[in-house]
Ligand binder design. Structure first.
Ligand code: MG
Ligand code: NI
Length: 474
């Protein structure tokens, strides 16, 4: 009899989601869907607020990546006001951003993805978590804890609070960095750099040993999008948007403010989250991925020496063509963490980093502005339109998990088809489906602009639509 599997909630991801797996009469997977069904209200309820409140309001979209929203909002506000922050302010915002990348990426690798990699996809579910990891690999788990703490301390040095900082304002930031804070962060950064290198060694040897497995696990062609510098180097805070096709050919490079000319959003009835696509190719030919894997694929090189060495190896994996296997997100995430620490050191060694010239006051209004940066999970756009008083009349966000909506759904389907046998269901099979989503480190509270978390489950349905099995976890 044909069946449908439903996985709910997907665990060890940021927020919750829901998966439906449809089985044919032979017990094989015919189709699988990732549903993100949550109220989208944030864009609407920002309307009517003063634009300069947005750096304080938008971090509330998400407890996972508040810093990304905080900084993207400030950048959009700069554009709305037509003001250019002093150099030191931009350096300090980027420094805070590096703190966020370090804490977010390291938590994901060591705490969320680590249990699958180090303990195995089929390990006992009760042990396949951070607690099990601490028991089996205490020294690895400790590195994760220290890296995360380090990233958070960078945020706290600048914004007072680790989670919802108050720091970036229209035209700059509201407090300078003290030489004492600079020295404290710099001193610790050397140790943490080594921890990331150890993490890179772990994921590289795992991928080498599990080559066939990684290639069978949601490897598929698509376009890639990410910010780059003028010279094509990886950029996380402020750059141009680059699109490449599945073979690595350059399709487009444009200023973030023009994003609507290049990105369209498709709607499917089974998900509330829209599906962005590259306009020139249309839907569905224009599908693409963002985030660490995409960024390493679009970048020609990395501006810091240690991360660049890793990037050269990355490029050699497919002779310069984009890396397609979804599990390589984990590898890319750590290469970026290495870059973030090297970049943090560069920023802290800049003589202007402790300057008090940190804000430029706006004296007029342009009326419209776009802020864009590479959040840990991918490209984040904030787009504000205001009236003459500065009251918001229209707000649009496109968040990383939105860009990856198609890719996550595709990955779920690929993995379900490759690993799920409806006649002989194991927990490990369903965990692989979850791991396909988890690889993108989705931030679902962000993507639906919801406050709080949403539920997710995996259900198996028969061809006649009847529910055969349902897993609700977490
Ligand atoms: Mg939107
Ligand atoms: Ni988020």
């Amino acid at each position: 009899m044909a069946q449908k599997i439903l996985i709910e909630p997907v665990t060890r991801i940021e927020g919750h989601a829901k998966v439906s797996i449809y089985l044919g009469d032979d017990g094989r997977v015919e189709r699988a869907l990732l549903h993100i069904n949550e109220f989208r209200g944030f864009e609407k309820f920002c309307e009517g607020r003063m634009y300069f409140e947005m750096p304080a309001i938008t971090p509330r979209i998400c407890g996972i990546c508040p810093v990304s929203h905080h900084l993207a909002a400030a950048k959009a506000c700069d554009a709305v006001a037509g003001v250019q922050p002093p150099r030191t302010a931009s350096l300090l915002r980027e420094l805070m951003h590096m703190g966020q990348v370090i804490q977010s990426h390291s938590m994901h690798f060591f705490e969320l993805a680590g249990p699958d990699i180090l303990l195995g996809f089929d390990a006992e579910p009760a042990k396949r978590n951070i607690v099990g990891l601490v028991e089996e690999y205490p020294e690895v788990a400790l590195k994760g804890v220290l890296l995360r703490k380090f990233g958070q301390s960078v945020i706290a040095h600048l914004g007072e609070k680790r989670v919802h900082p108050r720091f970036a304002v229209v035209g700059g930031v509201n407090s300078a960095l003290s030489p004492a804070s600079r020295d404290t962060i710099l001193k610790e950064s050397e140790e943490r750099l080594k921890d990331v290198q150890d993490g890179i060694a772990i994921i590289k040897s795992w991928l080498e040993k599990n080559q066939d497995y990684a290639q069978a696990f949601a490897s598929f062609p698509c376009g890639y999008m990410g910010l780059v510098r003028e010279d094509g180097a990886l950029e996380l805070y402020d750059g141009r948007v680059r699109f490449i096709d599945c073979d690595g050919n350059l399709l487009e490079e444009f200023a973030p403010a023009d994003y609507l000319d290049y990105i369209g959003e498709h709607v499917e009835p089974w998900s509330w989250l829209k599906f962005p696509f590259y306009r020139k190719f249309g839907w569905p030919d224009g599908v693409y991925r963002v985030g660490p894997l995409a960024r390493l694929n679009v970048a020609s090189h990395i501006s810091t020496p240690l991360a660049n060495k890793e990037h050269q190896e990355w490029r050699s994996l497919r002779s310069g063509k984009p890396v397609q296997a979804t599990l390589y997100y984990h590898y890319a995430r750590l290469v970026e963490t290495l870059y973030a620490i090297e970049r943090l050191q560069e920023l802290l060694q800049d003589p202007e980093i402790t300057s008090n010239d940190i804000v430029a006051f706006p004296d007029s209004l342009v009326g419209h502005g776009v802020g864009c940066l590479e959040a840990p999970r991918g490209t984040l756009f904030h787009d504000y339109t205001v009236d003459e008083q500065g009251r918001l009349t229209a707000v649009n966000f496109i968040v990383a998990t939105g860009h990856n909506n198609w890719a996550m759904s595709k990955s779920v389907e690929e993995v379900a088809k490759a690993f799920v046998d409806g006649k002989n269901l194991t927990e490990g099979m369903l965990n692989r489906v979850e791991a396909a989503i988890r690889a993108y480190d989705p931030c679902l509270s962000c993507s639906t602009h919801a406050i709080g978390q949403m539920p997710l489950d995996i259900s198996i349905y028969a061809r006649d639509g009847s529910l055969v099995r349902r897993l609700v976890r977490g």
